[in-house]
Design a protein around this ligand. Structure first.
Ligand SMILES: Nc1ncnc2c1ncn2[C@@H]1O[C@H](COP(=O)(O)OP(=O)(O)OP(=O)(O)O)[C@@H](O)[C@H]1O
Ligand SMILES: [Mg+2]
Length: 359
């Protein structure tokens, strides 16, 4: 188990990690998700005592990293940057690590076999492909047979076969009861691998939830309606009390209504439709939405500007019934404004909610 408590890292004026608190539990794969620059690698480096926190702490099986007698036997990690000596063979790289950590020599053969590098064990690692390098890094993480494993963006740059292999390996390690913590900036990848999710943006905790709950909360369904008569449709939707977001000129995303009802509404008002389709927001979209808000929050929070309004925005269409999270849902805030990429009011609330939950 990894316990992160109030972890904070400041680089000059940049707050890379901002009071993160969460636990990573054994027996499941925990995905560590956030866009580029969110603070994932920084957090992982602090977990391994490779960087000093500005404040807060990390405990590995109840102890600080430096208190662990044989750290490699507790926690193994594959970090982004390759830490291997290119002039050494794969075997010798691992042997050096084993010898300096009181790990028996035969374990080197075992891990080389586990990652499928036995045939190239005597080759210098500088000649390795990206995939082979990743496998060697994973071999070094597994060397001490640790209960906790941490992988920073392990599938970056890998081909589908390599991605599949790493995914299978992580699941197998978790199934053995180990703690597996893996970072990624791709939701689609995490959706296939992780059982639990820690999402950060701009160094802050945005969500700490099971994958099942994340899917349930974020797989919103809505209808897409495209019309050459946006003014009329906007009025008709408003009249029907439906929450709608105009994503593009003449394209609306409507929550809380079936396509049948929308078709009939359009017919009643003699509105021509060029598209009427049922949609489901993908997890990738949900993730981008969640993290984009965090970026937006920081980027736009200049003097006199704070977080976007949490309450209803004057002039917006009220939220429809039945949409997930409808209790806190807002309608569109910019029906009369130029299209903007992020328009789901309720996600704002959700993000805020999760931030405060995690804080
Ligand atoms: N050594 C450092 N000195 C100064 N700033 C740093 C340092 N390391 C990281 N940062 C900054 O801290 C922030 C978080 O970086 P970090 O590498 O942890 O993000 P990340 O989530 O791992 O991103 P990525 O998905 O791109 O790997 C970034 O703004 C980065 O520029
Ligand atoms: Mg990183």
């Amino acid at each position: 188990m990894i316990e992160v408590e109030g972890l904070t890292k400041r680089y000059g004026r940049k707050l890379a990690v901002d009071h993160l608190s969460f636990q990573v539990r054994p027996g499941v794969v925990t995905g560590f998700l956030g866009p580029n620059g969110a603070g994932k690698s920084t957090t992982m480096r602090m977990m391994l005592d490779l960087d000093n926190p500005t404040s807060g702490s990390v405990r590995i099986d109840g102890r600080m990293y430096h208190e662990l007698a044989d750290p490699l036997k507790h926690i193994g990690a594959l970090l982004e940057a390759k830490a291997m000596h290119g002039g050494r063979t794969a075997y010798n790289n691992l042997l050096c690590l084993a010898q300096s950590n009181r790990i028996p020599r035969q374990r080197v053969d075992q891990v080389l076999d586990m990652v499928g590098l036995t045939a190239v064990a005597k080759r210098k690692s500088k000649g390795f492909s990206l995939g082979m390098g990743q496998r060697l890094g994973i071999a070094s993480a597994l060397l001490g047979d640790p209960e906790i494993l941490m992988f920073d963006e392990p599938v970056n740059g890998l081909d589908p076969e390599g991605i599949h292999w790493i995914r299978t390996l992580m699941k197998a390690l978790a199934a053995e009861g180990r703690t597996v913590f893996v970072s990624s900036h791709l939701m689609s990848e995490m959706a296939l691998t992780a059982d639990h999710l820690i999402v950060i943006g701009q160094g802050r905790l945005l969500a700490n939830t099971s994958m099942a709950d994340f899917i349930q909360q974020n797989s919103r369904s809505f209808a897409r309606v495209r019309t050459p008569q946006p003014e009329q449709l906007r009025d008709a939707l408003r009249g029907a009390g439906l929450a709608a977001t105009e994503t593009d000129n003449g394209t609306f995303e409507v929550e809380g209504s079936e396509t049948e009802a929308l078709g009939e509404l359009a017919a009643t008002h003699r509105i021509t439709l060029h598209e009427l389709s049922a949609q489901r927001a993908s997890l990738e979209e949900a993730f981008m939405q969640m993290t984009a808000e965090a970026v937006e929050y920081h980027a736009h929070a200049g003097p006199g500007e704070g977080a976007p309004p949490a309450g209803p925005v004057p002039g917006q269409v009220p939220a429809g019934q039945g949409a997930p999270g409808a209790g806190q849902a807002q309608g569109p805030a910019r029906g009369q404004q130029p299209p903007a990429p992020q328009t789901w009011g309720q996600d704002w609330n959700q993000g805020q909610d999760q931030r405060s939950k995690g804080a």
